[in-house]
Design a protein around this ligand. Structure first.
Ligand SMILES: Cc1cc2nc3c(=O)[nH]c(=O)nc-3n(C[C@H](O)[C@H](O)[C@H](O)COP(=O)(O)OP(=O)(O)OC[C@H]3O[C@@H](n4cnc5c(N)ncnc54)[C@H](O)[C@@H]3O)c2cc1C
Ligand code: FES
Length: 278
């Protein structure tokens, strides 16, 4: 029986820094020693709106990266898009604010035991956790190439320091305002062949993950993707976040993306049935 991340804890955490970066906000939050237990792919669930808020559901955010050697103790970085009420409340919090956070949650990206060629594909703020992952893969001796895509330049998140961990970075925007005009998925098939890619790691909108899987299907490439299904509890209780996933025998069942994911083997997700009842 799959259970909540064994390292998860509910803590009061101080917002150390809050900066606007393009169309996103970069939040640095002090989580103390828990930073040592966070892995690329894990996410957090944050209470929004304050104590008297009618917003009872926590909001999920991917951990972009952690730092364990700062003057503030262990910190984690989140990249938040101000979208609806909850995320806008979070982005409006001042430095020094106390946040109610459950961290770390969910599964992590698997790291190859041997150095192999990997491709990281991020859509919108989905690129955020990929830079921390790139550092881990780099330390393992992997060659790391990265593709980032978004509708427009302001939605590309590509921090200067993150770029150091990758061998190459190509950017695609639908309106051509940054990098090449087109879909981030456009070059994947040829890159798999040219770079002899063994693993693709992806994070972004479900449509992008599904499109990547259509490319990897039938090729000798592992596709590890961080799915983003709507979550209510974030801790495995409410079944809001389920999606159809096959097992080794082909039997399909609804798995909770908050505890069986968010990182899943894309080859087993039944992309054409996501959002439908079994
Ligand atoms: C694993 C994961 C990682 C994420 N990472 C990021 C990230 O790094 N950066 C980022 O900006 N956003 C991220 N999101 C999206 C984020 O959780 C919010 O959904 C988003 O910020 C919008 O929330 P809101 O309060 O602004 O919008 P609102 O529209 O006010 O609220 C959306 C929230 O309502 C709830 N909800 C929506 N539909 C349903 C439903 N059918 N049943 C029950 N509850 C529902 C969910 O809690 C959802 O988060 C992530 C989501 C997931 C699941
Ligand atoms: S969000 Fe409640 S079970 Fe996954």
């Amino acid at each position: 029986m799959v259970q909540i991340n064994k390292n998860a804890a509910q803590i009061k955490a101080t917002l150390v820094s809050n900066k606007r970066v393009g169309q996103y906000y970069q939040l640095i939050i002090n989580i103390g020693n828990i930073a040592n237990l966070c892995k690329p792919g894990n996410f957090v669930a944050i209470s929004v709106g304050g104590e008297a808020s009618p917003m009872v559901l926590r909001r999920a955010f991917a951990i972009s990266r952690v730092s364990v050697s700062t003057a503030f103790g262990g910190t984690m970085e989140l990249i938040v898009a101000p979208y609806g009420q909850g995320s806008m409340w979070l982005c409006a919090q001042a430095e020094g604010a106390t946040l109610d956070v459950v961290v770390p949650l969910g599964t992590a990206f698997g790291i190859p035991t041997e150095p192999v060629q990997v491709l990281l594909v991020g859509g919108g703020y989905g690129s955020a956790p990929l830079f921390g992952l790139a550092e881990t893969l780099n330390a393992r001796g992997c060659r790391v190439d990265m593709l980032l895509g978004a509708s427009t330049a302001g939605k590309i998140y590509a921090p200067m320091e993150g770029k150091r961990a990758v061998n190459s970075l190509r950017i695609y925007t639908e309106d051509g305002s940054m990098g090449q005009m087109g879909w981030v998925t456009d070059p994947i098939a040829s890159l798999i062949a040219d770079l002899n890619i063994a693993v693709i790691y992806s994070c972004g909108p479900m449509a992008m993950l599904s499109a990547i899987n259509a490319i990897t299907s039938g090729r000798d490439v592992v596709h590890q993707c961080a799915v983003e299904e709507s979550m209510a509890c974030g801790i495995g209780i409410c079944m809001t976040c389920v999606l159809p996933v096959a097992d080794e025998t082909g039997a399909v069942s609804m798995l909770r993306s908050c505890i069986d994911g968010p990182v899943m083997d894309g080859a087993f997700v039944q992309w054409d049935k996501v959002g439908q009842a079994l």
